[in-house]
Design a protein around this ligand. Structure first.
Ligand code: 6R9
Length: 642
């Protein structure tokens, strides 16, 4: 909590507070009569069959719109075919190399139907799982929607994950098919996605086919028994594939995210509640309308990309920008050039990106006319007030608001954010402000007692909301344990929070063993289990320290096996091993070699101490330590290397 408290102490006194009308009324209605409120909102979706019951809440399982039948691809596409949206641009896609595509809703509809037909011919049936391992290209939303159309739950695996990390996810879902691309472009290089997919298929007996999208034009080896080009399995003429009538609570997708265990957990979302939640929260937080040109810079491999690159904007029939490459390629003004080129009105990105631009100065921004912007957004990690103000002044020119949206993979969509779409314009730099209608948060102490305003504790959510996860895929015990066991009846997100005197919420970072590196979620247990997989490593402990740009950076403490002396070579080797096991996001900032890790008498690694050592803070109470000397050793190793 030390880190959290110091953030609060740095707040500027500036407050952009103004009262709101409609928001208060909607929040109250959603609280007093959730079923009536959400039934009314749900009329905005197209249902094959209306629900029998709005909410079935048997803690910890909430089932929304029970008995209702619908299909997400119909919300995103079919219903727009009857309106002006048909010929509206769905995506302005821009490749890293400067190539571009303009896809209308009509074109997306055509491609989704054709792809759905191809997947069916390949043997994918309702209920079969499909793994999607694609870069940020139009085929990604197309394949996701094609899976939704035929009722095949999909799992998207972020393209920066390694073949092994892909294999873990494919195995857990039992996916029959992996859809990948020949490769992807990143900062001028081609990354071998297809090769990683082959590595995963070799490890997973469930995989029957690899479908490959031709994207990069390098030579790719194809196994004639297993691999097919997507272009070869399309029928050659346009086909219509009838959407499956999915139950509101049938699985739609599984998205793996990190928690306190070594293995990522599969967060399971359904269609009815999830679709409604993401569409409403997007309208409320970003005040969208038919003229909105939306750009969410997140990769579709994360929840932000699922909900707010692909589904919510398409349900609402908005025009979006989708960009394949790096923000600084070929130069640091690439994003600003894209905003000006497509006339982006709503721009949604991460604090890490903002801090990166902040470091490089304002001149990159002044090269482009950004007057098209009407609203900004932030997501992924706490935004420090300095970065918030820089964003507000330099990108927004002090004329537009910032929706700092706090939420999680598990919550499906935004939970806490300003909601200018319903007249809640109040802002304070660094605060995600107020809960969405339907979200009832509280700040509690370690015993679950509600804390007075001004005190920091754990945020809990007291009532179910429509976007809430259905379960952890094939692991209900872990679902209970992770979110519902510490404070029974309340959902536990795992973040610290403080409610100020105006009832504004300040989300202050994770209270558990989850690290957010550049907004990407990874756990200490996952890093540790990966690194001890290297034959030279005896034991390891992962922690993080604050990083000016990335928010947090990974620090590892490692004891080597006898016979391997510490060296720069082994350090580089371990970094390579982590990147190969998990992916580039697991790259440690520093690896410290020690002879012993500090442990409690019961043998638990005292991470708190390692964190203190890594951040140079006071080590504090060490009375429960088994061997106090190991703290000094960790400190000495740290001092030596910094
Ligand atoms: C959407 C997403 C969830 C964790 C969450 C919290 C952090 C996300 C935030 C934020 C402060 C914000 N987080 N948005 N913290 N302010 N606006 O990032 O999902 O990858 O599951 O991570 O991210 O710690 O618990 P996910």
């Amino acid at each position: 909590m030390t880190q959290a408290d110091s953030r609060v102490a740095h707040l500027p006194t500036t407050s952009y507070y103004c009262p709101s009308g409609k928001y208060d009324e909607l929040w109250r209605r959603a609280d007093e009569d959730p079923e009536g409120f959400w039934a009314e909102q749900a009329l905005e979706l197209d249902w094959f069959k209306r629900w029998d019951k709005v909410l079935d809440w048997k803690a910890p399982y909430a089932r929304w719109f029970v008995g209702g039948k619908l299909n997400l691809s119909v919300q995103c596409l079919d219903r727009h075919m009857k309106t002006d949206v048909r010929n509206k641009v769905a995506f302005y896609w821009e490749g890293e190399l400067g190539d571009s595509q303009v896809l209308t809703y009509g074109e997306m509809y055509r491609q989704v139907n054709n792809t759905a037909g191809a997947l069916k011919r390949l043997g994918v049936k309702r209920g079969d799982r499909v793994a999607i391992y694609l870069p940020m290209i139009p085929a990604l939303p197309v394949v996701m929607l094609a899976c939704a159309r035929i009722g095949a739950p999909f799992t998207v695996v972020f393209s920066a994950f390694s073949g092994q990390a892909l294999a873990d996810r494919v195995e857990d879902t039992g996916a029959k098919v992996i859809v990948t691309a020949s490769g992807m472009h990143r900062r001028g290089k081609i990354l071998p996605l297809k090769e990683n997919a082959v590595e995963a298929a070799a490890r997973c007996a469930c995989v029957e086919k690899i479908v490959v999208v031709k994207h990069t034009h390098h030579q790719v080896e194809m196994d004639p028994n297993r691999d097919v080009w997507l272009s070869d399995i399309l029928s050659g003429c346009d086909e219509y594939v009838a959407p499956e009538d999915m139950d509101s609570n049938d699985p739609l997708f599984i998205l793996y995210t990190s928690g306190s265990t070594g293995k990522p957990k599969g967060i399971l979302h359904g269609t009815g509640g999830y679709s409604l939640w993401i569409a409403k929260t997007m309208q409320w937080a970003f005040d969208t309308d038919a003229q909105t040109v939306w750009w969410c810079t997140a990769d579709v491999g994360w929840i932000t990309g699922h909900s707010y690159v692909v589904f919510a904007p398409m349900i609402l029939g908005l025009t979006s920008v989708m960009y394949e490459g790096a923000p600084d390629y070929p130069a640091l003004d690439r994003w600003w050039a894209i905003i000006a080129k497509y006339g982006v009105t709503a721009f949604y990105t991460s604090p890490t990106a903002i801090r990166m631009f902040m470091r490089h100065g304002e001149e990159w921004l002044s090269r482009h006319d950004l007057s098209c912007l009407k609203i900004l957004g932030s997501v992924g990690e706490p935004i420090n007030p300095e970065a918030w103000l820089w964003y507000y002044r330099n990108v927004g020119k002090e004329r537009i608001g910032i929706s700092d949206t706090w939420w999680q993979t598990e919550t499906g969509g935004f939970m806490i954010s300003p909601t200018p779409g319903i007249q809640m314009h109040a802002l304070k730099p660094g605060s995600a402000t107020k809960p969405m209608p339907g979200v009832v948060p509280a700040v509690v102490d370690a015993d679950g007692k509600e804390l007075p305003n001004g005190e920091t504790g754990f945020i809990v959510i007291k009532k179910p909301w429509p976007g809430m996860l259905l379960d952890i895929y094939r692991n209900p015990d872990l679902y209970h344990k992770t979110y519902w066991s510490r404070f029974p009846g309340y959902y536990l997100p795992g973040d610290y929070c403080m409610k100020d005197q105006d009832n504004f919420l300040w989300l202050l970072g994770r209270a558990d063993e989850v690290i957010k590196v550049a907004g990407h979620r990874i756990s200490t247990a996952e890093l540790e289990s990966a690194i001890v997989g290297h034959s030279a490593v005896a034991e390891a402990a992962a922690t993080s320290r604050p990083d000016e740009i990335k928010g947090e950076a990974i620090i590892l403490f490692v004891t080597l096996r006898k016979g391997t002396p510490p060296s720069v070579e082994i350090k580089n080797e371990l970094t390579r091993h982590l990147r190969a096991t998990i992916g580039t996001l697991a790259t440690p900032e520093e690896i410290f070699f020690v002879n012993l890790l500090p442990k409690t008498r019961s043998g638990k690694i005292m991470r708190r101490l390692l964190k203190a050592v890594a951040t140079g803070a006071a080590v504090g109470d060490t009375t429960t330590l088994d061997d106090g000397a190991s703290v000094d050793e960790a400190k000495a190793a740290f001092a030596e290397l910094t």
